[in-house]
Design a protein around this ligand. Structure first.
Ligand code: NAD
Length: 456
């Protein structure tokens, strides 16, 4: 069995099976057998089933949120928001799956039809930072269009995934269509890659593991969707509304303690507003409270010791390279809890020579850099292998649009700290991966267009 720990206390909060190779194979057997039946189920039934999963999630909002907080650590209100966000993916998939429709045309006396068929048995591998939502994106789309799915959640947060599986079955998903397998990532990964019946793998996680999976997939030409790491820039222009710019930063940066793929990791602030922005942000960040996610705090623990050490290392490295810490810089000690509570930290005079500018910190750290010219900010913002999200803070519509167009990433928030919603595509460019989740395009990842041309 695998023990699941509360990252705030290190108490065991659950145990899940360590799936054996035979069990993973059995899940694939069942998913493969179920595939044609689920694909043949009429679209309206599938759509209703997916909508019923959304209802099931909303009905269990509080207990599910508690489960997320227990194994992942984020404050309860954020877990509740995650349940809502996850449910919205099922609602959108339910709606969009009814609009797929085949295309037909007559050309040169031939009758040609393009059918959008479910790609086949699929697999999903998901990270720990949003244990419910990252899985919901994949399961909602797969189930809605008629694919079976084998799911492997992160080993730190498997309990939420198991519960989602139960809710889906209660909502009407046949038992053999959706499988949650928990255990050792490498072993489960190997079993999935070696099974030629698997037709698609959707992965959300680090760029490092994504790259590894891409090489494995190449060997058998397995289609992948990769939602990988990010290193979002936030550009604050002189004409920004100060309060709104600070609010955007507080939400986008400190949500989930900075453990989000779309968190701003490089904050570029124009000279005219720089000092006022820093003062206002420092005042707000310093007031953030830390503690157990059940205790009405702003920040929970980070996921494990390695995460806490990496954050500290990034801060120390920035200081070594000339960064100036104006708030935080260390860890908070909270009686009775683990030492995984990095202080909200603001570092000035940061730049590309520092690790925090090159790697994801995945913590409550704001590296800030002053700039003068728009072009300089855009060049710095795009100088990264990543390309997931970016943010702009300005009161000029023209400037906002121009910079949004210039940013080399998949999602841009102009004065918007939460640009990701279930109705529209979410995903990155460059080393942040490929494939899209959300909206109509999110379903395409689980469909293959098949052309049937008839001569009569
Ligand atoms: P991770 O890459 O370490 O793990 C992700 C998943 O892959 C986990 O389920 C893990 O068990 C599994 N895994 C690890 N090694 C494997 C192997 N050899 N074979 C098969 N599976 C394996 O990432 P993490 O630490 O869980 O999550 C944080 C990362 O996820 C960050 O880089 C973050 O930016 C990224 N992320 C991206 C998005 C996005 O939508 N682009 C969303 C959330 C998180």
């Amino acid at each position: 069995m695998l023990e699941v720990l509360d990252p705030a206390t290190d108490k065991v909060v659950g145990r899940v099976a360590k799936a054996t190779r035979r069990e993973v194979d059995a899940a694939l057997d069942a998913a493969s057998a179920a595939q044609p039946r689920w694909a043949a189920t009429d679209a309206a039934t599938r759509s209703e089933t997916v909508a019923a999963i959304a209802e099931g999630l909303r009905a269990e909002r509080t207990p599910l949120a508690r489960l997320i907080t227990m194994e992942q650590g984020k404050p309860l209100t954020e877990s509740e928001a995650e349940v809502d966000y996850a449910a919205s993916f099922f609602e959108v998939a339910s709606r969009e799956s009814l609009r797929l429709g085949d295309q037909g045309l007559e050309v040169d006396g031939k009758r040609v039809r393009v059918e959008h068929r479910p790609i086949g048995p699929t697999a999903a591998i998901t990270p720990w930072n949003f244990p419910l939502a990252m899985l919901a994106k994949k399961t909602a789309a797969a189930i809605a269009v008629g694919c079976s799915q084998v799911v492997k959640p992160a080993e730190q947060t498997p309990l939420t995934a198991v519960r989602l599986g139960e809710i889906a079955v209660a909502a009407g998903v046949p038992r053999d269509v959706l499988h949650v397998v928990t255990g050792e990532p490498e072993e489960i990964g190997e079993a999935l890659f070696q099974d030629v019946r698997l037709r698609k793998l959707s992965f959300t996680g680090s760029t490092e593991i994504g790259r590894l999976l891409l090489t494995k997939a190449a060997a058998r030409v397995l289609p992948l969707s990769l939602e990988l790491g990010g290193h979002a820039p936030l550009i604050v222009f002189d004409d920004a509304n100060l309060e709104a710019a600070v609010e955007l930063t507080m939400i986008a940066k400190f949500r989930n303690g900075g453990q989000t793929c779309v968190a701003p990791n490089r904050i570029l602030v124009q000279s005219g507003i720089h000092d006022r922005y820093v003062d206002a942000l420092a005042e707000r960040a310093d007031r953030l409270t830390s503690g157990h996610g059940f205790d009405a705090v702003d920040l929970g623990p980070v996921i494990d010791d390695a995460a806490a050490s990496k954050i500290q290392h990034h801060i120390d490295d920035a200081i070594e390279h000339g960064g100036r810490v104006v708030v935080g810089g260390g860890r908070r000690t909270i009686p009775g809890l683990t030492d995984r509570f990095p202080e909200p930290t603001i570092i000035l005079d940061t730049g590309p020579e520092m690790r925090c500018w090159r790697e994801e910190t995945f913590g409550p750290v704001c590296p800030i850099r002053r700039f003068d010219r728009e072009i300089e900010a855009i060049e710095l913002a795009n100088r990264t292998p990543y390309g997931l999200a970016g943010y702009v803070s300005t009161s000029s519509e023209d400037l906002g649009r121009r910079v949004a167009r210039a940013l080399d990433c998949g999602i841009v928030g102009v004065n918007d700290p939460r640009p990701a919603i279930a109705d529209v595509p979410f995903g990155g460019v460059k080393a942040s991966g490929f494939g899209r989740e959300g909206g109509r395009l999110g379903l395409d990842d689980y469909l293959v267009p098949v052309t049937v041309s008839e001569v009569r």
